[in-house]
Design a protein around this ligand. Structure first.
Ligand SMILES: CC(=O)N[C@H]1[C@@H](OP(=O)(O)OP(=O)(O)OC[C@H]2O[C@@H](n3ccc(=O)[nH]c3=O)[C@H](O)[C@@H]2O)O[C@H](CO)[C@@H](O)[C@@H]1O
Ligand SMILES: C=C(OP(=O)(O)O)C(=O)O
Length: 435
């Protein structure tokens, strides 16, 4: 277990360029399995989860070449499908959430897809019903080995159909889309997730020869095609990382510029930070955050306390609520944070309370934050990162705190943030990694 040691209280300044998006990378890297041709993907973040997925594809026989620090070519022309039934795959596949998205493309192209129960953050129940209900609707047979927690789907061929998803699952929609692009006939997917990363996946698939309409909406219409070919694809900047940098700037009273954010793909994110009082300026495609000694949470129009909650896109992403929560601890005013989508994502507030933050955990889904308006600093402490976004939130708290904090289990942060310590040092943070 590696550790960060952070001396808090230093201002940050300068420019930061966001990494490519983790959650888009996990989708589009799985899509390379849909063709025997070469696919080039750029702006791939160098983070643990993505590197693990690339490793799984290489074990599966995909020819992978790193042609630049952030650019790879993939060619799935001669796969070793036996790997899918090996003990090794059971271990490799269970170590991250994104690996579930190899099932749809494998089912579409080879008539079978297997996966151990995938890992990812321990932030509540993370069911896979939407994925498998979709595959079954397309004509696949489903089996689940309860003892080994191993899922499988098989089909001689898939047939297009109409489906209404039980929930707008992000990875579920991506998986079903990748299965449906080569099904016979037309598939309609209603209540589809529609966040920018899914739009990117659909655009990539269309550039490979798929016929997907309704991209960006919650009704996707997919006309099956026989074969897909290669393409080049560039991953968007990571909106969750962008939100994390905004939070860091506010909590450390710093001025930074976040470069090339693809503003039009950020949805409600800038507005939600503005609601808790943070000034953001759009400069071309950059976000400029001026230094602010104080930021004040807005009330609702009727004067009642602001609630910030998550919802499927275009609602506010659940992955930024932990960051909003930590930033609110030093705002002026109060806010109710309502994490509707995950059950166990707010428990990390115990650590913030230890540091002196005024937070009431009302129940597993809701926390009330009474901001301290920087009148007293958080106190440094020793903590362990429970999940990726709580981890970065604790890091933000530590950067603003008085004294030296220690965060253990930073592998959780490394799952989604590329060289975070090096990049933070470059803009003035005092942070050391101890392996
Ligand atoms: C690898 C990857 O891309 N991970 C992301 C993906 O996970 P993932 O695709 O696993 O998440 P899902 O979209 O399936 O669901 C996330 C949670 O929200 C609940 N839910 C979902 C849809 C809905 O309409 N109502 C509802 O309550 C689910 O029951 C679940 O608890 O999307 C999540 C939701 O944006 C993000 O937190 C994860 O970072
Ligand atoms: C929950 C997240 O990731 P994963 O779905 O990979 O666990 C996240 O990125 O915040």
């Amino acid at each position: 277990m590696a550790t960060f040691v952070i001396e808090g209280g230093h201002k940050l300044s300068g420019d930061i360029t966001p990494q490519g998006a983790k959650n888009e990378a996990l989708q589009v890297i799985c899509a390379v399995l849909l063709t025997k041709d070469k696919v080039t993907i750029s702006n791939i973040p160098d983070i643990r989860d993505v590197n693990k997925l690339i490793y799984i594809l290489s074990e599966l026989g995909v020819k992978i070449e790193k042609i630049k620090s952030d650019t790879y070519t993939f060619q799935a022309d001669d796969l070793n499908l036996k790997y899918l039934e090996s003990e090794k795959f059971k271990q490799d596949g269970s170590s991250l959430r994104g690996s579930i998205m190899i099932v749809g493309p494998l089912l579409a192209r080879f008539g079978k897809g297997y996966i151990p129960r995938p890992g990812g953050d321990k932030i509540g129940r993370r069911r896979l019903d939407t994925h498998f209900e979709g595959f079954i609707k397309l004509g696949a047979k489903f089996r689940y080995n309860k003892d080994e927690k191993f899922y499988g789907v098989e089909a001689d061929y898939l047939t297009g159909t109409n489906m209404l998803l039980d929930e707008a699952s992000v990875t579920g929609t991506a998986n079903i889309v990748m299965a449906a692009v080569m099904a016979k006939g037309i598939t309609t997917i209603y209540n589809a997730a529609c966040e920018p990363y899914l739009q990117q996946l659909c655009k990539m698939l269309n550039s490979m020869g798929a016929k997907i309409r309704g991209v960006g909406s919650n009704l996707l219409i997919i006309e099956g095609v026989e074969i897909l070919s290669g393409c080049s694809h560039r991953i968007l900047p990571d909106m969750i990382e962008i939100g994390s940098w905004i939070g860091m700037a506010a909590m450390t009273k710093s001025s930074i510029t976040i470069k090339n954010v693809s503003w039009d793909d950020l949805g409600l994110i800038p507005r939600v930070f503005q609601k808790i009082g943070i000034n953001l300026e759009r400069k071309g495609d950059d976000i400029f955050i001026p230094e602010q000694d104080s930021y004040e949470i807005q009330n609702f129009i009727d004067g009642s306390i602001l609630t910030i909650s998550d919802a499927p896109w275009p609602g506010f992403t659940p992955d930024l609520l932990s960051i909003i929560l930590v930033v609110a601890t030093q705002a002026k005013g109060s806010v109710l944070i309502h994490q509707k989508m995950f059950e166990s994502r707010l428990f990390f507030v115990d650590k913030l309370i230890d540091m002196g933050a005024k937070v009431i955990l009302c129940d597993p889904h809701r926390a009330t934050v009474i901001g301290m308006n920087h009148e007293s600093s958080l106190k440094a402490t020793t903590m362990t990162s429970p999940d990726i976004r709580a981890g970065i939130s604790l890091l933000i708290a530590a950067l603003s705190a008085k004294g030296t904090s220690t965060i253990h289990n930073i592998e959780q942060i490394d799952r989604g943030y590329q060289n975070i310590d090096t990049r933070l040092r470059a803009i003035g943070a005092k942070i050391t990694r101890i392996e």
